[in-house]
Design a protein around this ligand. Structure first.
Ligand code: BDR
Ligand code: CA
Length: 311
């Protein structure tokens, strides 16, 4: 499966990148970076460090949008650390990003793909929205978008909104309305695949730098949240791409709230039965999205640990 990751690395983005790189079933064609958990230059630097830990081949990494379409950037240092990736003191990578913008890397990657691409955005959707508006003719080269973002039920950045959608709601609205088949791996399932502290310790002591990095990143999250388990976070979305049979979705219209005082950035998932009288809904209730509502968390977490053992 040919995939492109769009990231704001990010502790859990790093876990997701490691999983995708280690999976024999995935061919990572490109990684695009966007402002989110950290500023975009830091995201690029973090992403290159992850490639080092995985001894990855020369996969193109590009710097993308430096800020959301409308609002200023609002990094999540309180979750991901000052450097956006757990403040582990990792050395700077000798790798460089490609000399073109992330949206251009998306364009060339889609245009040259030998099969439809699975696009996996794990970050605010700014890069992807600009792609949708700039190169709509390339969208049929995308087999499916599987994005981490939104939720039917809860929020995290605010009571109503999930971080990636809240950070750039206009971008999320553009992407969810793009007509590309889309799976929304949101907060309804995000916290389900977890790794217990004993497995984290085993990763930390591993000789393999990729497993060790995964362990140290998870250790950061354990310390940050004082819990006995740590969520795979964005890596759960990649795991669900590898094993879609472990994810249960329902197709619903979804709209992004772009106005509300307390609800801006909420994904409004219309779960009303279709038979209902929708006459009050003059604007309609949005494009159809496959919303992840249930997941086999233990199986996805086991898959993550197993794939990371693959060399
Ligand atoms: C999302 O927000 C970011 O902090 C994480 O990397 C993840 O993509 C969860 O809401
Ligand atoms: Ca992320």
């Amino acid at each position: 499966m040919q995939v492109v990751l769009d990231v704001d690395t990010g502790v859990d983005d790093a876990l997701a990148i490691l999983l995708a790189l280690r999976s024999p079933a995935m061919d990572v064609r490109a990684i695009t970076c966007v402002a989110g958990n950290a500023d975009v230059d830091q995201v690029v630097a973090n992403t290159l460090r992850v490639l080092d830990a995985a001894s990855a081949p020369d996969i193109p990494v590009a710097r993308g949008m430096t800020r959301p379409l409308v609002e200023p950037p609002r990094p999540a240092r309180h979750v991901h650390g000052e450097d956006g990736m757990g403040d582990l003191g990792l050395p700077r990578s000798q790798r460089s990003p490609v000399g073109i913008h992330a949206v251009e890397l998306l364009r060339t990657t889609l245009a040259s793909a030998t099969e439809p691409i699975t696009l996996i955005p794990l970050a605010p959707l700014t890069n992807i929205a600009v792609l949708v508006r700039t190169y709509p003719e390339l969208l049929d080269r995308i087999d499916r978008i599987v994005l981490m973002g939104g939720a039917a039920a809860v929020g995290n950045a605010t009571a109503a909104a999930e971080f990636n959608v809240w950070h750039d709601p206009e971008a999320a609205a553009i992407v969810l309305d793009s007509g590309v088949p889309t799976t929304m791996y949101g907060l309804d399932v995000f916290y389900e695949p977890v790794v217990p502290v004993a497995d984290v310790q085993a990763l930390v002591s591993a000789a393999d730098p990729a497993r060790q990095l995964a362990g140290r990143l998870m250790q950061h999250q354990l310390a940050r949240f004082g819990a006995a388990t740590v969520t795979l976070g964005d890596a759960g979305a990649v795991a669900a791409v590898l094993r879609p049979d472990l994810l249960w979705t329902a197709r619903h219209p979804v709209r992004v709230e772009l106005a509300g005082t307390w609800t801006r950035g909420r994904t409004v998932v219309d779960q009303r039965p279709r038979a209902i009288d929708l006459d009050h809904d003059e604007l309609g209730s949005g494009g159809l999205v496959d919303v992840a509502l249930r997941v086999d968390g233990p199986a996805l977490a086991a898959l993550f640990l197993e794939v990371l053992r693959t060399r």
